[in-house]
Design a protein around this ligand. Sequence first.
Ligand code: PLP
Length: 469
Amino acid sequence: MAPSVLRHLPSVTELLESGPLKPLVERVSHSVVVEGVRSFLDDYRQEVDPASDPKDVPPLAQMAERIARRILLGERSSLKPVINATGILLHTGLGRAPLAEAAIDEMVTMARDYASLELDLRSGQRANRFDAVEGLLCEITGAEAAAVVNNNAGATMLTLAALGGGREVIVSRGQLVEIGGSYRLPDVMQTSGAVLREVGTTNKTRPEDYESAVCDKTAALMRVHPSNFLVVGFTADVELEQLIRIGKKHDLPVIDDIGSGALFDLSAYGIRDEPIARQSIAAGSDVVLFSGDKLMGGPQSGIIVGKRKQIDRIVKHPMARALRVDKITLAALGATLRLLRDPQQAAHQVPLLQLLATPLDNLRLRAEGIATQLQLTAGIAKSEAVEEEAFLGGGSVPTQSIKTWCVAIDLDSESLNNFHTRLRTGTPSLVGRVQKGQLLIDLRSVPPRQDEQIVLAVSRAATSTSGTD
Ligand SMILES: *Cc1c(COP(=O)(O)O)cnc(C)c1O
């Protein structure tokens, strides 16, 4: 005999016929709604005290409302667009670089239809997947050949597997980097099957260190750009040119992981001392590796450029298939590269470069405008424009800050963390940075079209002080 309260629950059919759920069948699907109702009832049966008063069972309409909300929440993707007000332009947690309009258009077009990914339309024969971008990459970097994989971690692993598998790759101890917890060069090397041969010390490595490590087990020499740290003081480093000389002498390929992937000099954007792909190729590197979604401002990808002989070995390795990119990535990458061919054009059309180049005065005026609008909002004690420092992020250029303006917000009473949570979980979602008891909305990483949304999102979060659900 079932306890009485459970017999007072509405049936699945009754709930499906109810006001809130009936129209939902059209919007999502019959099976999704039925499943939602069943799982709600199951949970309810588990949680309710069977001995409780049947009068405590919520009315049908209320129960249906709760089920509808739960179904809609489940339907919403947890991947949401975010207003990045952190000031970190290449925030890995927020997907790094936003893409240029031309890249987005190209992705949409290629997504909708079939594409000539591996078919040469003239001959009807099978073509190379990289044809769409190889010419551009070679033109921009001066390399003989190019390939693209999922990201730079993949590019590094594949290159090491193809050129160094089972043999030794020599790297300076000063370059055994960690880029975000899951990328550590020694681990990547080990997984690739190549054997890491460390030389020198953390602060000093000399040409003789490489020379004396070369033996019949050596497969390659590798340089890694220490993207996210600086070694200063009593230091010595081997110049790329010297490394290449050693490589030539022993007939060993030199692999250069330049990391962020600047394609031209970015000092006009305040970014200095980043290795440039073309310079590494010109110096004689056999293989140069970099990310497509850091300083290039393109889609997530790992780019491999270099000598034809080495690139051929790399693309023929079985791991290449496991790391290969799809037509959508290639479409976005191709469009981004076409913009980057011309630095002038890139300045106006690649969002990362536009954000970097926004004049300080423009940021100040916008911060002042937003601050004034928020000043009158209930719950906000103070909002003012403040000059601050932004960072590139994405493991790039950690020591060079970028000047910026922020809106600094002080609250009346509520905890700043609750407020920030409400901003993050709102629609649109807004992520700022909490610093010294204030919430900073950093405009360096915000395109002007989002200013108005910021005002709306912050005022909404400030006036709805209750729970975040
Ligand atoms: C960022 C970085 C990587 C990893 O690149 P992903 O594209 O994030 O996989 C590897 N090496 C260096 C030097 C880097 O800066």
